[in-house]
Design a protein around this ligand. Structure first.
Ligand code: SAM
Ligand code: SF4
Length: 328
């Protein structure tokens, strides 16, 4: 699949549910209303959708959400996609998770062929963790992370840089990741969805964070890429990498290779634009995939050049949907 700007689309992100057992302050409002259950694709339908994309050239799939591991029977989908790994139709199956359910699922994920996992962790301070997730318990997540480590999964910790929340903790997170053999990836907050909070107050440019880190750590540029938008640096003291995802200070669209589907079968060609294509109707219209394939082709032909996120007080969120709908 080649888009109008010559970019090859080989990476699919699938938000398997918009629901979550946490309510991170930058991601969701406390009183979120979720998609009606009736609109949500079954796991079988999601697998059929993923298989259609694989047939069209997608080589990597990331399951995300909401929290992917709170979707009931999620392992049915993971195992189904794992079979595409075995047959060589897919190169990689990964997940982004908040870690709360990993103690239960880590072994099963590894068995299905998952080799890498991104786990979100914004702070190592139990009180701050409870505040930033509104409902979360740090010990439960740490237990999940250690279960994933024991299962042999390569772990990347995703940390959203939040002014006034974790801005004194990046050195500690670097050290902790180094001790456990994890990579760390820092993310700028993006203006997605109404969260009843002031994003200007939360927003912290990663250029500042990087300058702070460079005072204590020897960072060298690398050309390591994971297929995602992060730029990585090698950390000499820990032997691990630190990545920076800077949608606000550095537009990462020129190398975008991905599209996203929601749990209702809506295809978003860009995380930061509202244009979307419904794939549920063509999926359900026939057991053959002709209509679906056609709808996918038409959508890829509409993939926009990029996003135009701006954080300021006047404009509100750049897109009205929350990150949990399209997945991070
Ligand atoms: N629940 C899972 C988790 O937290 O990892 C997967 C979904 S979550 C939406 C995916 C990633 O998006 C997380 O790393 C989260 O921190 C990040 N995220 C959520 N809202 C964001 C926002 N407004 N700006 C930047 N990152 C955001
Ligand atoms: Fe849930 Fe992940 Fe959003 Fe936090 S960032 S509320 S864990 S979906």
């Amino acid at each position: 699949m080649i888009d109008p700007f010559g970019r090859s689309v080989s990476y699919l992100r699938v938000s398997v549910t918009d629901r979550c057992d946490l309510r991170c302050v930058y991601c969701m409002a406390e009183d979120m209303s979720f998609l009606p259950k009736a609109d949500i694709l079954s796991l079988e339908e999601l697998e059929r959708l993923c298989t259609a994309f694989v047939r069209k050239g997608v080589r990597r799939i990331r399951l995300t959400g909401g929290e992917p591991l709170v979707r009931r029977n999620i392992m049915t989908l993971v195992d189904g996609l794992g079979r595409l790994l075995q047959t060589g139709q897919l190169d990689e199956l990964t997940l982004t998770s908040n870690g709360t359910q990993l103690a239960k699922y880590a072994d099963g994920l590894a068995k299905a062929g998952v080799r890498r996992i991104n786990i979100s962790l914004d702070t190592l301070d139990a009180d701050k963790f409870a505040a930033v997730t509104r409902w979360g318990r740090l010990d439960q997540v740490l237990e999940g992370i250690m279960a994933a480590k024991r299962a042999g999964l390569a772990i990347k910790i995703n940390t959203v840089a939040l002014r006034g929340v974790n801005d004194t903790e990046y050195d500690r997170l670097m050290e902790w990741c180094g001790q456990h053999g994890f990579d760390l990836c820092l993310i700028e907050t993006m203006p997605m969805g109404e969260i009843h909070a002031d994003r200007m107050e939360q927003y912290l440019p990663l250029s500042d964070v990087r300058a702070g880190l460079a005072r204590h750590w020897t960072l060298t540029d690398t050309d390591y890429r994971t297929g995602g938008p992060a730029r990585y640096m090698q950390v000499a003291e820990t032997g691990r990498r630190v990545g920076f995802i800077t949608p606000m200070t550095h537009n990462f669209c020129e190398s975008c290779n991905r599209v996203r589907i929601t749990c209702t079968g809506t295809l978003f060609m860009c995380l930061g634009q509202d244009d979307a294509v419904d794939l549920r109707a063509p999926l359900r219209s026939s057991e053959a995939d002709i209509n679906l394939d056609q709808a996918i082709d038409q959508a890829i032909a509409r993939k926009p050049k990029g996003h135009d996120f701006i954080i300021d007080r006047q404009t509100g969120p750049a897109v009205s949907r929350h990150m949990s709908v399209t997945g991070g």
